[in-house]
Design a binder for this molecule. Structure first.
Ligand code: ATP
Ligand code: MG
Length: 577
């Protein structure tokens, strides 16, 4: 546990001032500035954020969102939200709604709201146009055969035997594909580019596949669906996107992105790639996060251990903390790994500024103050937020029987343990100085109660004679305390890289069996009785906590967002080594 001063851990090396970091240079920003100066597109900036609605957004998406929306805002431009919904097998309306909620929660509002499926008609017409120009053909190879014909990085591919079908035959077959005459997987439409290109994406990539499947928006209107590469650039172009920003793994798709735009002579959107966010102890892949949900390793997409925005929100992350983090990590063209502590730094920094302070005891130990009047209740004045004077003060009841934190007492205190011990005096935060006189144990030797005395001259924790006490601890009045549940979280994975596994295993082998600890007998100060879900607090000395939606009237449930910097645990750990 931490001494009372609030603080937020080691500072990342770079400046963390929000105003400064949002303007920190990055190479995409430099490109935009150069384009504006050159008068490209009349100085107009249009970006888009293009999630596939096949899962919830995660912290990696937050980086992309901050870039897409942030750069547009910085240069007086616009940013669209476009759902890349070209794969009906994985996409759902639930995800569409969750994504919109998360983007807004993060603090952004889109200009246009679009769906790639809005463009199915136009994309089809363009495909016909490419067939007419002898730039696309219907191919009867199976998916496996297409893969075999594609060749490798060192060997050129082979041309499909269907590559030289007549334009008329292609037009006829493509139309019949659309009408639903052929079964799934029996035919594709492919671009006619170059089977010996060093870029595998240019070896006659598939543009359309047959999929008799219900789409969350277009229903059963279509049974052919465009591939990502055929849909993405054209969607950008239709929205007159000037800077299409995506992650580095799309680097090799850029020539194909450009090829379609050039062949169709449409608005010349350009793609720019940046480094994908990876964080230690964290998985950032919707496919894998979906498995965690489906296999019950977590309670849902919004489990507070999930790196999804909905999980982080429930855990108690603030949008500001996430935005500041995203601004600080910067943008580059080299994938790296960011320390989780780097994200946590920005979380603590923001919560330290904004969270109201309260007292809550997680593992209660009863304390009776023998010389305190039986029926007296005093209202002690407590400061709500030392970082924010305008937050004011509140009154906390003090009485004869209190709870303190079990770990704030040691019968046989080790060196450097300055909290309560037999015969020792400590300060109760906003209360009095108390001295431990005796210890009551049950028949098994467990400590069940302490008997203390208090010094009436020390009200508010002052020492009129100037005597020193080395420790201040928190407490709640037993008669006034509210019962609460507190959920403590640890990393979901035990390895820095959750994907690092033995042969035959997968990331689930690295799940941390102790990632959740629920404490059901906690005691919190009375003002928290009806705390509102989503409200964030600092429990003095114990960390930051957020009220969970599982709370019921009179029985709040808190998620520990993150601990304070834990100095004593460090001392103890050092001792053990
Ligand atoms: P996942 O592998 O988690 O499914 P994705 O890239 O397939 O991610 P999309 O919905 O296609 O997810 O992503 C929408 C946008 O968010 C894309 O521009 C993508 O590049 C970006 N993005 C996704 N993951 C990250 C990440 N870890 N870091 C930065 N940007 C990301
Ligand atoms: Mg994707």
């Amino acid at each position: 546990m931490k001494p009372l001063e609030s603080g937020s851990g080691p500072k990342p090396t770079e400046s963390t001032e929000a105003s400064e970091s949002s303007e920190r240079s990055n190479f995409i920003r430099d490109i935009i500035i150069a384009d504006i100066q050159a008068g490209k597109h009349g100085g107009r900036v249009q970006t888009r954020f293009p999630p596939e609605p096949n899962g919830y957004l995660h912290i990696g998406h937050a980086k992309a969102i901050c870039l897409d929306f942030g750069l547009a805002a910085e240069f007086g431009g616009k940013c669209n939200l476009r759902f890349d919904d070209t794969n009906p097998s994985k996409e759902e309306t639930e995800y569409v709604e969750a994504i919109m909620e998360d983007v807004r929660w993060l603090g952004f509002e889109w200009d246009g709201l679009f769906y790639a499926s809005d463009y199915f008609g136009q994309l089809y017409e363009w495909a016909v146009q490419l067939i007419r120009a002898d730039k696309a053909y219907v191919c009867d190879l199976s998916a496996d055969e297409i893969r075999q014909y594609r060749g490798t990085l060192t060997e050129p591919g082979r041309e499909s035997p269907y590559r030289y079908r007549s334009i008329e035959e292609n037009l006829d077959l493509f139309e019949r594909m659309k009408k639903g005459e052929f079964p799934d997987g029996s035919r594709t439409l492919r671009a006619k580019i170059d089977m010996s290109s060093p870029n595998l994406n240019l070896r006659d990539p598939v543009m359309y596949r047959i999929l008799h499947m219900h789409h969350h928006r277009t229903g059963d209107a279509w049974c052919i669906y465009p591939m990502y590469d055929y849909a993405h650039g054209q969607s950008d172009s239709l929205e007159r996107v000037t800077h299409s920003i995506c992650t580095l793994e799309f680097d090799n798709n850029r020539p194909l992105y450009d090829w379609f735009i050039e062949q169709l002579c449409i608005f010349p959107s350009r793609q720019y790639e940046f480094d994908r966010l990876s964080i230690t102890y964290t998985l950032l892949s919707k496919r894998k996060l979906l498995r965690l949900v489906q296999e019950g390793h977590v309670t849902g997409w919004d489990d507070p251990r999930m790196p999804t925005l909905s999980g982080m929100r429930r855990r108690g992350y603030t949008p500001e903390a996430i935005r500041n983090f995203c601004a600080n990590i910067g943008v580059s063209r080299t994938n790296g790994i960011t320390q989780l502590s780097h994200l946590e730094y920005f979380l603590r920094e923001d919560l330290n500024r904004s969270a109201a302070r309260v007292m809550g005891v997680l593992r209660p130990l009863r304390v009776v103050i023998d010389n305190y009047p039986d029926d007296l209740v005093e209202e002690m004045e407590a400061i709500n937020n030392p970082e924010d004077e305008s937050a004011g003060t509140r009154r906390v009841p003090f009485s004869k029987v209190l709870y303190i934190e079990r770990e704030d007492f040691r019968e046989d205190p080790p060196k450097q343990f300055f909290r309560l011990a037999p015969g020792r005096e400590v300060r109760l935060r906003y209360g009095y100085l108390i001295t431990c006189r005796s210890v009551v144990k049950d028949k098994d030797g467990n400590i069940v109660e302490l008997h203390c005395t208090y010094d009436p001259a020390t009200r508010g924790g002052n020492t009129p004679d100037g005597r020193k006490v080395k420790s201040t601890i928190h407490w709640v009045s037993a008669a006034h305390a509210v019962d609460a549940e507190v959920r403590l979280y640890d990393n979901l994975f035990t390895r820095e890289d959750p994907d690092e596994v033995e042969e035959g295993q997968d990331f689930t082998a690295n799940l941390n069996p102790n990632s959740l600890e629920a404490l059901t007998r906690c005691k919190v100060e009375p003002g928290l009785r009806d705390a509102v879900a989503g409200a964030r607090y600092q429990f003095e000395r114990m960390g930051y906590f957020c009220v969970d939606a599982d709370s019921s009237p009179g029985r709040p449930v808190f998620n520990r967002t993150i601990g304070l910097r834990d100095t004593w645990a460090k001392i103890e750990q050092r001792g053990k080594k």
